[in-house]
Write a protein that binds this ligand. Structure first.
Ligand SMILES: *[C@@H]1O[C@H](CO)[C@@H](O)[C@H](O)[C@H]1NC(C)=O
Ligand SMILES: *[C@@H]1O[C@H](CO)[C@@H](O)[C@H](O)[C@H]1NC(C)=O
Length: 374
């Protein structure tokens, strides 16, 4: 399998998603086994983080939890995702919690930490000696907090070169043309919202409407019916797409993560007994977009609440192979992700080859992030 990653800055519009499926594992044939699972998800439903001037509901009286906080619906959504994971991986992940089986990491943000807690409550129902209070079927599971500027998960670390390259994307013909072609839509939205809407701010409009739609339909402004929301979603996704638009950006944004992922799977394969074989990562819509983008599979749709990317390492008589799934929403359906040239059942060595231009160790990454490091 040829590595599709080149250093040429091409604009890649390949949609990596394949067919939608909704089977439940294990469907494994004899001699085929699941070896390791990495799940990265977005937090659940939250209150708004920002809004536009003409929004009567961006008022703290409507959001007693505070802005940007996980809502009850978000707790339930993640609890259900935890149950979905238990259903899918029941024969792989033992029902009794042990740090030898699972490691959980979260960004240092209330809503991701809380989402992980809710998810784990769905994943683990204590039995026998794990029950510490009769009738209260919850048990604590540790969640490791990563620093806000952690390059592996939060992907927010200072990387000056990333800023320069994103600036170039904004100046590109593609981006400028997109901006011009949608000037009528921006004008309309600016009138409705009382905020100057353009390429840089349309994601705020998208986000508020998405949040309200999930929270209380009556919060959604009536003018939404007059607006092409599919186009709004697409344009809002540019807030993420611009960070992974070229091969170099993909590498700077997601290289340390893929380096970590590949090392992790390699450790599992080499039989390092200290490695828990189930890794859970609680993160954000940006993170989900970036890791999809890193695999050449971002679909220009902002990720939904509790959407998940799942990497499954499996083994058969031919060796280790990887399947990548994207569970976009809270239905049972998910899509198979094509990693550049590699579809479902991608040999681990081919996965590494395809990701070779993206994956980068933290030290090299740090050097490449410097502005004068061409
Ligand atoms: C939705 O919001 C409206 C208007 O504020 C309110 O009357 C209604 O009770 C809310 N519905 C729910 C389910 O919270
Ligand atoms: C959920 O995602 C699947 C694709 O994975 C899509 O086919 C389906 O329409 C989505 N459902 C909802 C309710 O958005």
């Amino acid at each position: 399998m040829l590595a599709a990653v080149t250093t040429v800055s091409i604009l890649c519009f390949l949609i990596g998603a394949g067919e939608s499926r909704h089977i439940t594992y294990p469907t494994a044939e004899a001699g085929d086994e699941l070896v390791s699972v990495v799940v990265m998800y977005r937090h659940g439903d939250r209150s708004p983080i920002a809004s536009f001037q003409n929004d009567p509901y961006y008022d703290s009286s409507y959001w007693p939890e505070g802005y940007g906080q996980l809502l009850s619906k978000g707790v339930l959504r993640h609890y259900n995702l935890g149950k979905w994971l238990r259903n899918r991986y029941g024969s792989f992940l033992p029902a009794e919690y042990s740090p030898k089986h699972i490691q959980v990491y979260s960004t240092d943000v209330d809503r991701t930490l809380m989402s992980a807690q809710a998810n784990l409550a769905g994943l683990y129902t204590p039995v026998d000696s794990h029950i510490w209070e009769e009738g209260f079927l919850w048990e604590p599971v540790p969640i490791h907090r990563l620093a806000l500027d952690d390059p592996v998960l939060a992907m927010n670390s200072a990387c000056p070169k990333q800023g320069v390259l994103e600036g170039e994307v904004k100046q590109s013909d593609f981006y400028q043309t997109l901006s011009k072609d949608n000037s009528d839509l921006f004008k309309t939205l600016s009138e409705y919202t009382g905020m100057s809407v353009g390429m840089g701010t349309i994601s705020i409009v998208y986000d508020v409407i998405y949040v309200y739609r999930n929270h209380n339909e009556s919060f959604v402004p009536s003018w939404v019916e007059d607006v092409d929301m599919e186009q709004v979603n697409y344009l809002a996704s540019m807030a993420f797409a611009k960070s992974i638009y070229t091969d170099e950006l993909k590498r700077l944004k997601t290289g340390p993560f893929y380096n970590y992922l590949i090392n992790y799977f390699s450790d599992v394969i080499s039989g390092d007994s200290d490695v828990a074989k189930f890794l859970m990562l609680s993160a954000h819509d940006s993170t989900i977009s970036y890791v999809l983008g890193g695999m050449g599979a971002f679909d220009f749709q902002p990720p939904e609440f509790a959407s998940s990317v799942i990497w499954e390492l499996r083994k058969n008589t031919d060796g280790h192979y990887i399947n990548v799934l994207y569970k976009r929403n809270s239905t049972d359906t998910y899509d198979d992700i094509k990693v550049y040239e590699c579809s479902l059942d991608c040999a681990f060595d081919d996965f590494k080859l395809n990701m070779a231009g993206v994956s980068v160790d933290p030290e090299t990454w740090h050097e490449e992030c410097q502005i004068n490091s061409y």
